[in-house]
Design a protein around this ligand. Structure first.
Ligand code: ZN
Length: 280
């Protein structure tokens, strides 16, 4: 099986700083990386880019921007400034997209949160265009709609992109957030090549922590192979990013975890799905 499209988010191997992660991924023939912004702290961006280039590791994404809603104009403006910085960082390390966790304030209504998100994304388009970096909207599972994201389905992403255009905006489809959606097939078809990111992990039963208890692919109930066939039928050919927040896996030997990630990727992501994508 080929690892050509495999990318791993730095948060997945949380114990490793960027120099270590890059070295370990390269040694394991993992060609891609999802770079969380904290992993860029403490060294010039040019040095981080050189680290990636020297090891021939390609950044699939910069994670993350977003968090657009605010209770005050000052707060909303600070969010825009931060998103423009994220776009600058992505361009500096050669990542073609910033993943947007769009944000939400429990003090605001869902429609108001969604309005502010749409306005926030719109306000970043010119900067994204000037850098050639895309804004990748990641819908989050609705359990996070109070304070992490009021954008919860691929359908909502499609609606925003219908409104704002798809030249500089795409969708990051994370199986953890979208697997439950009864409209998934139709909305992935509707999205087509708007899907520019694909994140994998698994949903555990029971889930003991809503943030840091994601499963390794194959440990849970998500038909990852099927969702992969759906996004590929829609035209997605990009990297497949392993993004696992897990106190359980983070407590393990990271080298062993990396070996298991590669094994799980081959068995539970790449191999053929028993289900076939709908013909269209
Ligand atoms: Zn994700």
């Amino acid at each position: 099986m080929s690892q050509d499209r495999l990318a791993i988010h730095t948060i997945t191997t949380k114990a490793w700083d960027l120099p270590t992660a890059v070295k370990k991924y390269a040694a394991a023939n993992v060609p891609g990386i999802g770079v969380w912004r904290q992993w860029l702290d403490g060294r010039p961006l040019t040095e981080s880019k050189a680290l990636l280039d020297d090891h021939n590791i390609k950044p699939a994404s910069l994670v993350r921007g977003g968090f657009f809603p605010g209770l005050t104009e000052t707060e909303r403006q600070a969010a825009l400034d931060d998103n423009r910085s994220a776009l600058d960082e992505a361009a500096a390390i050669g990542a073609n997209q910033v993943v947007l966790v769009c944000g939400a304030k429990p003090e605001l209504s869902l429609p108001e949160n969604r309005k502010q998100i749409t306005e926030g994304i719109a306000a970043c388009i010119d900067h994204a265009a000037s850098l050639g970096v895309k804004l990748a909207i990641e819908p989050l599972h609705p359990m996070y709609s109070d304070c992490r994201s009021a954008i919860n389905t691929i359908g909502q992403c499609n609606d925003i992109i219908d409104q704002l255009g798809d030249a500089h905006i795409g969708i990051a489809a994370d199986v953890y957030h979208i697997w439950w959606d009864p409209q998934l097939e139709q909305e992935i078809q509707r999205a087509g090549k708007r899907i520019i990111g694909f994140h994998v992990c698994d949903w555990l039963t029971p889930t003991t922590d809503f943030l840091n208890d994601r499963g390794l692919m194959g440990e849970g109930c998500i038909d990852i192979k099927y969702i992969r066939t759906l996004v590929e039928a829609a035209g997605f050919v990009g990297p497949i990013e392993v993004e696992i927040f897990s106190d359980r896996h983070w407590a393990r030997d990271p080298d062993e975890f990396l070996t298991d990630i590669i094994d799980a990727y081959e068995k539970h992501v790449l191999s053929d799905s028993a289900l076939k994508p709908p013909k269209h």
